[in-house]
Design a protein around this ligand. Structure first.
Ligand SMILES: Cc1cc2nc3c(=O)[nH]c(=O)nc-3n(C[C@H](O)[C@H](O)[C@H](O)COP(=O)(O)O)c2cc1C
Ligand code: SF4
Ligand code: SF4
Ligand code: SF4
Ligand code: FES
Length: 631
């Protein structure tokens, strides 16, 4: 294909692709090839389909796609036009799917999803409750198109928004439209995108830059990775539109972490294809507008997701935040005006331009229009990538989409906003999920991690875990964060080891609030959140650890001891064999654990075939005077 010299040529190509596809009416087998499904062998499934298609002489399209959402049940396969949805597909299943489903229209029960909410087999995606309350705006193409084939994107209206702005809108009108939509940045803070772009446009300079933040350093998060892997053109298109709106912006950067090889690969392919067609580079679609993109790879430091640190990193300097002002829209990359947005923010732009600014606020809430993608993880039955309208409640996410708590245990808390977010208890199950509601109760939207916890999660340990992450990732530039997070972590380490002291809770609160007020950047300002929110909502758990040396959730190893329940013991001796500390002895046909030797490593629990080695937690004194035991 040669470069388009005008937007008309793009429309001609789109029509040609659509006509050909309509004429062929091919069956399409969409095999998820996102990182999650690849880890479960999706690439072998694609190969098996190719081989079997040749062997059985059946003509159909095998389309490797990006994430389809229900990653935990991957590899996922959807057969169109029947829209049959298959989970945990093995390469050996390819032959049967071709023979039964493609050739004879039959559904294979064994590969269907059993819906955890209804308990019934689901044939199509829309019958699976996981998808029921989702609304796909950013993920509109993810899981449907082959991200490495620009024709797939063009066929479903890709680059139409670009054509619209180049032909019918001035840069000011683009900014007005984005402002009117009230799109708020999805990178965490929810800053209005239109206002940011306006700030960038107003700054006078011959050179300006636009940057996409795809660093995504939160542990467990994979929203941005999935968009970049599954629909890179929507981000590229959003960035070209942003560059046009800024003016004098001929160069942009997409910052992606090195640990996202598939995202980098698919982005590289997409950028090259866009360049070949004249959608990037000089004189885009014959409009006289020049803009090109470059991928910059991050080395994996969490702090490099912070906008100023990210820009230093692109410049080849050490990724450390700087004080603001000056804001980046005035002085950013190489001191030039720079607009930086998150992956999801950019991917929202093309539909806003096409459907209009009035359409966008019809989804979500007044203050937080649109949708949000979350990586739903933790103790729920369905984990994966979800996109929901803002304003949905936590209960709907956990029970309707997530299918409820694993093992039908009690919901205890939800952690939103990644390692610097807050933990909310069950009293907030009906809280609407939007930027402002979450902030009001001490949590935050962040970039979209959502971890669900049940009764077996110890909230002190959870806070300690998240703080240990931010503490290690602190760049060390300012003392409140460098020293304060270290001190807080030391206190938490003592508490979970049974060495907590009276006054520790107050010390944590005091240091935490001090860091929030005085740290230089968002990492330090938000690092105490998990600790302060768990103290606020689960103070009794801290008190139990400190006063009674007791972990109510039965998780903090140092506070419990190991014992063998004789009744179920088979006398197999496996526990004694595995114990590296000679803590288990056999005496008169009984196995004992000598607590003075036991190092609480847990190896004996792992090997015992009957589960009669248990960890026992005893509370010496309780508010009711009764003895409490957790195992
Ligand atoms: C420690 C730290 C890490 C961050 N990591 C990310 C990230 O991985 N991705 C992201 O988009 N924003 C991240 N942010 C927020 C960015 O600084 C910035 O606000 C955001 O990318 C702006 O984009 P938006 O306006 O589209 O939300 C981080 C902020 C801090 C303080
Ligand atoms: S708050 Fe922490 S991460 Fe941010 S500049 Fe200070 S030391 Fe570095
Ligand atoms: S917990 Fe470890 S040290 Fe203690 S008895 Fe079991 S295997 Fe031995
Ligand atoms: S492994 Fe379990 S069943 Fe076997 S001797 Fe030890 S406690 Fe008894
Ligand atoms: S990676 Fe396949 S469903 Fe998410």
């Amino acid at each position: 294909m040669s470069k388009f010299k005008s937007s008309k040529e793009l429309s001609v190509l789109r029509k040609k692709i659509c006509d050909e596809r309509a004429k062929q009416k091919k069956t399409i087998v969409r095999v998820c090839n996102g990182t999650g499904c690849r880890a479960s062998g999706a690439q072998k499934v694609v190969e098996a389909f190719k081989k079997e298609a040749t062997k059985q002489g059946v003509d159909f399209e095998i389309r490797p796609t990006g994430c389809q959402g229900l990653c935990e049940k991957g590899p996922l396969v959807i057969v169109e036009p029947l829209d049959v949805f298959y989970q945990k597909v093995d390469p050996f299943d390819a032959a049967k799917i071709i023979d039964l489903t493609i050739n004879r229209g039959k559904v294979i029960d064994r590969l269907q999803v059993v819906d955890p909410v209804t308990g019934e087999l689901a044939v199509k995606e829309e019958e699976i409750s996981f998808y029921g309350k989702q609304q796909r705006v950013v993920l509109r193409n993810c899981g449907h198109i082959d991200p490495t084939n620009i024709e797939d994107y063009i066929a479903i209206g890709g680059y139409e928004a670009l054509v619209k702005i180049l032909n019918d809108m001035t840069p000011e009108e683009v900014i007005e439209e984005v402002k009117k939509s009230n799109l708020r940045g999805r990178g965490g803070a929810g800053f209005p995108t239109g206002r940011k772009w306006e700030g960038g446009r107003r700054t006078k300079s011959d050179v300006k830059y636009i940057v996409c933040n795809g660093d995504e350093g939160d542990p467990g998060a994979f929203m941005d990775r999935s968009v970049l892997e599954g629909d890179p053109h929507s981000v590229i298109e959003g960035m070209i539109i942003g560059a046009y709106a800024l003016g004098n912006c001929k160069e942009g950067f997409i910052y992606v972490r090195q640990e996202y090889p598939l995202a980098v690969e698919n982005l590289t392919v997409a950028i090259n294809q866009a360049r070949e067609l004249g959608l990037l580079g000089e004189n885009i679609l014959g409009s006289g507008f020049d803009f090109d993109l470059e991928i910059k790879r991050g080395a994996g430091a969490f702090i490099c997701g912070e906008s100023t640190a990210l820009m230093f990193s692109i410049e080849g300097k050490r990724g450390m935040p700087r004080t603001t002002p000056p804001r980046s829209v005035g002085k950013g990359l190489w001191d030039k005006p720079t607009v930086l947005n998150n992956v999801e923010t950019f991917a929202n732009i093309p539909p806003i331009i096409i459907k209009g600014a009035d359409w966008f606020p019809s989804i979500g809430t007044k203050g937080s229009p649109g949708t949000k993608i979350f990586a739903l993880t933790g103790k729920v039955k369905n984990t994966g990538l979800i996109e929901v309208p803002m304003g949905i409640t936590i209960r709907e996410i956990v029970y309707d989409i997530g299918g409820g708590i694993l093992g039908d245990k009690e919901f205890k808390a939800v952690q939103t906003g990644g390692p610097s977010g807050g933990c909310l208890p069950k009293e907030y199950l009906d809280l609407p999920v939007d930027f402002d509601s979450l902030t009001e109760v001490g949590a935050m939207m962040g970039s979209g991690g959502l971890v669900v916890m049940d009764e077996s999660n110890c909230m002190v340990e959870i806070a300690r875990y998240f703080l240990s992450f931010t503490q290690v990732e602190s760049c060390g530039k300012c003392p409140p964060c460098r020293i304060g997070t270290y001190e807080m972590l030391e206190i938490l380490n003592r508490i979970v080891e049974g060495k907590g002291e009276e006054g520790d809770i107050e010390r944590l609160e005091s240091i935490g609030k001090h860091i929030q007020k005085t740290a230089l950047c968002g990492l330090g300002k938000s690092a105490p959140n998990p600790v302060l929110s768990t103290i606020k909502y689960f103070r009794d758990e801290y008190e139990a650890h400190i006063r009674d040396k007791y972990c109510p959730a039965g998780q903090c190893t140092a506070l419990g001891h190991y014992q063998i329940n004789e009744e179920d013991c088979l006398l197999c001796g496996l526990c004694k064999e595995v114990c590296a500390y000679d803590a288990i002895t056999e005496e008169r046909n009984r196995f004992y654990i000598d607590l003075s030797y036991c190092q609480k490593c847990g190896a004996c629990i792992g090997v015992c075939p009957t589960g009669c080695v248990v960890r026992q937690f005893e509370r010496k004194s309780t508010p009711t005077g009764k003895q409490e035991v957790a195992t």
